[in-house]
Every structure is written in C-alpha cells, then in structure tokens.
Design a protein around this ligand. Structure first.
Ligand SMILES: NC(=O)c1ccc[n+]([C@@H]2O[C@H](COP(=O)([O-])OP(=O)(O)OC[C@H]3O[C@@H](n4cnc5c(N)ncnc54)[C@H](O)[C@@H]3O)[C@@H](O)[C@H]2O)c1
Length: 253
C-alpha cells in the first residue's frame, strides 16, 4: 500500500527551529527521513540542533537569519536551495509574543511582533515560493495560533499578527494553487514552551489557563509533528488554505 505520509528525502526548511515547537518539528521531521534546513536568530542553539540531528545519521543545515529582514530571508532561501537541492516544504514557525496593554505598548514592541510573525511569514513565502513554482510542486505550512481566532488581553499585537497569518495563508493558497503549491496553517493551542514561561512558572496562572482547555493539559512539543507530516506529505495534496487546529479542543468552546 502506498504510504501517503512518506516524507523521506523531502527538503524541509523550518524557521524558528532553535527551540520550542520549531525544534520539535525539526527533530520529528528529520526522524521521518526529511532533510532539514533549520533557521532562527540564535546560531548557537541551531548548531546544537544540527549536531543532534546529524548525530542520529539524519541531515540538517543550520542558518542564522532574522525572518523580519528581507535580505536575511533571501540569504536563507539561497542557502536552502544549495543545501537541499530542492525545497519541498517551508514551515514558517518563527514567532514572538510581546505582552502588554495596547494603551501602554510601545510602537517598537508592536512593530517587532508584526515584523516577525506576519511580515516574516510573508517574506519567506515571497522568497521560497519561486523555488517551488519552478518545479510546479511545494508545500507551505504557517504556524498560526488559537489566537488567530480567539483573542486574549495583553496580547494585542500577537493576536493581530496571528489573525493576519491565517488570512495570509488563505491569500497565498489562492495565489499559488495553480502552481501546485499547497499553503496551509497549523493553529496550536497552549504548548509548554519558553514562550509561555509566564504561566509555566506560576502554578495559579497555569491552572487558570488550562481550565480553559477541554483536554485540561499543555500540548507536548512532539504533538505538532503529526500535523506537520500530514501537511508536508502527499496525504494533503488537495488540501489548501486550511487551518488545522492542534489545541486540545480549545476552539470548540
Ligand atoms: N507555545 C505555544 O503555546 C504556541 C501556541 C500557538 C502558536 N505558537 C506559535 O508557534 C511558534 C513557535 O513558538 P514556540 O512556543 O516554540 O516559541 P519559542 O519562543 O520557544 O521559539 C520561537 C522561535 O522563533 C525564533 N525567532 C524569534 N524571532 C525570530 C526572528 N526574528 N527570526 C527568526 N527566528 C526567530 C526563536 O529563535 C525560536 O527558535 C510561534 O510562531 C508561536 O507564535 C506557539
């Protein structure tokens, strides 16, 4: 029987791969046989990831880049094309969350959040899609959020950016459909990563947060891997513009 979920040998670029969800996906997709290019701002952590993946006999190239800089994204795309030969999949996972009240938020914090989460995803689509168009195949997976749909106080720029990522996904899906490039998103719920330190370090805040999650627990990093494999593989060849929630039921409420 054909394995529709086979991603062995695919060239996959993951931004935000130095830690958290991007790192978990890089490890999981490498284990499934993909060749990885891992990007983020922290070169030292990326080098560790590269060693870890290569130590298991899998392939990884690390490239330090700030996705909010068009020049650095162009350099990343050139590196990925050289390293992988072909880029089959782009996963836009780099993200930040500058918290605070909108009335007290600096414009710099607003700009940085939109710049990484939304503009960064746009820039990567802009510079990676041409590599896929020339082969008439490719997959782009944007990491959105439950905050693409639900909102939270003290997270205005984050919610705005992730709402934008959802619509960017749909617009890009339409523009790239004729080139056989599928553009989808994964909307994670609450995962126990450094982005949620504020809650992880405060049992009361964590309990209040988890009381809103039907499954009543944090997501584990490797619980995004299955969704990433699905959206990277032939199993999703006629799926585009979709946002796949991996949220323990959060958005059902
Ligand atoms: N953790 C959650 O509960 C959760 C929920 C929903 C969505 N997400 C999304 O998942 C993604 C990963 O989040 P995480 O929890 O792993 O966070 P994290 O803070 O642990 O990791 C963020 C990653 O993004 C990278 N990054 C930050 N700014 C960058 C830039 N300018 N250029 C390139 N890379 C940059 C960091 O180096 C790091 O590798 C983000 O897009 C986040 O919004 C997370």
């Amino acid at each position: 029987m054909k394995n529709y979920f086979d991603i062995a040998g695919k060239g996959i670029v993951i931004t935000g791969a130095s830690r958290g969800l991007g790192r978990s996906m890089a490890l999981g997709l490498a284990e499934a046989g993909a060749h990885i290019v891992a990007a983020a701002t922290n070169g030292a952590l990326l080098a560790e990831l590269e060693r870890e993946i290569e130590g298991k006999g899998q392939s990884c190239g690390a490239f330090a880049a700030d996705v909010s800089s068009e020049e650095e994204v162009e350099a990343l795309a050139a590196f990925a094309a050289r390293k992988l030969g072909q880029v089959d999949v782009l996963i836009n996972c780099a993200g930040i969350n500058r918290r605070g009240l909108l009335t007290e938020m600096s414009k710099a914090d607003w700009d940085d959040t939109i710049g990484v989460n939304l503009t960064g995803s746009f820039l990567c689509i802009k510079h990676f899609a041409p590599l896929m168009k020339s082969r008439k195949r490719g997959k782009i997976v944007n990491i959105a959020s439950i905050m693409s749909v639900a909102a939270a106080a003290m997270a205005g720029p984050y919610c705005a950016s992730k709402g934008g990522v959802q619509q960017l996904t749909r617009a890009a899906a339409l523009e790239l459909a004729a080139d056989n490039i599928q553009v989808n998103a994964i909307a994670p719920g609450y995962f126990a990563t450094e982005m949620n330190d504020k809650y992880l370090n405060d049992p009361e805040k964590a309990a209040a947060l988890l009381s809103k999650v039907p499954m009543g627990r944090w997501g584990e990093g490797d619980e995004l891997v299955g969704a990433a494999i699905y959206l990277s593989s032939d199993a999703s060849n006629f799926v585009t513009g979709h946002v796949l929630c991996v949220d323990g039921g959060y958005l059902c409420l």
